[in-house]
Design a protein around this ligand. Sequence first.
Ligand SMILES: Cc1cc2nc3c(=O)[nH]c(=O)nc-3n(C[C@H](O)[C@H](O)[C@H](O)COP(=O)(O)OP(=O)(O)OC[C@H]3O[C@@H](n4cnc5c(N)ncnc54)[C@H](O)[C@@H]3O)c2cc1C
Length: 331
Amino acid sequence: MPTITILGAGITALSTAYTLPKSHRLKILASNLPGDLPSSQNWASPHACAGWVALGGLSPLEQQMQLDSLHFLRQLSLANPESGVRTALLTDIHEDPPVNGIWYKNRVPGYTESLNKDGGITTKYESLVIDPSKFLVWLRTELEKQGTVFERVEKVESLSELSGVATDVVINASGLGSRELIDVKDENVVGDRTYTVRVETEFKEMFVRRGKGGKYTYVFGRGDGTAVLGGISVPVEEEVKGLEEVRGEIIGRVHENLPEYFPSADPKEYNVLEDLVGIRPLRFAGVRVEKEMIGDQKVVHAYGTTIGGYIHSFGLARQVAKLVDDFVFEL
Ligand SMILES: Cc1cc2nc3c(=O)[nH]c(=O)nc-3n(C[C@H](O)[C@H](O)[C@H](O)COP(=O)(O)OP(=O)(O)OC[C@H]3O[C@@H](n4cnc5c(N)ncnc54)[C@H](O)[C@@H]3O)c2cc1C
């Protein structure tokens, strides 16, 4: 029975563990674990919105990962609605139509498109909203029932340190941690501080406007009388913004786009439930999913999704499982 150690307990690690064959013995090691309250800013997964929105400008493999993830999560939402995953209609407005067209055209459920008066394009399809506070804990519980062991560790300094835990394969799902691990040191991974706000509202659907100059406005209805509104993303080195300022800007933009649901631009007119702020790991070179030998240790890297860790999750996990399989068959 192969033993697999996964460094990380965010959505990348959990979706990978959920996808690997049940015959493998799995151990998840991380400084931050699902269920931690309050959640540290040292990991991204508990702070996400988290909606599925097709991301542009990525390789065919990354597009496929996104689609695989959407299809898997849609099935999960039907079979296990208690998981915190639900389907919702998404309206996605591109003010500037993508140069190479809409890659996900007719590849997502219920796809329709229309041209905007100002030359942009609006697409609509059946997508997903995830409540990470439920989903991460749900995944952990399901994995523990199957025998996966979760262990909190102090900061791991290198992947080779993990060779000592007698494992056949190490999976590196450490997100931003891959920038600092001594034997990874991937400087392509950077952090973006992302600000969103959760408010009470009757809006149940999903709305995105990809505005000019990279201004990205979104509303993801959670279906429980609340929605997450976003967003503002800035490199982590920049000064931390005040939450009042952030609420004002985000709610102002959402009001302009959906005045029927958000009739005022004044944050004081809403019941603001929480400010969701987190550091999102980005890797502009694209997701790293590959095998490597570090000394005698077999390693599979799984990190660096551009902005959407949930959007790629189960598709990335599928690719990781194939690489683990290659290693396991060599044993
Ligand atoms: C406000 C906000 C909104 C977002 N909205 C969306 C969205 O709508 N859709 C979407 O798809 N994505 C969204 N994201 C992005 C998404 O949250 C991330 O892409 C995703 O969570 C990354 O998951 P991960 O498992 O790779 O990394 P993380 O969640 O960061 O987990 C890393 C794990 O590795 C562990 N770790 C790292 N280094 C070490 C070490 N050296 N030693 C021990 N443990 C270590 C950590 O403890 C943690 O368990 C959002 C993010 C934010 C902040």
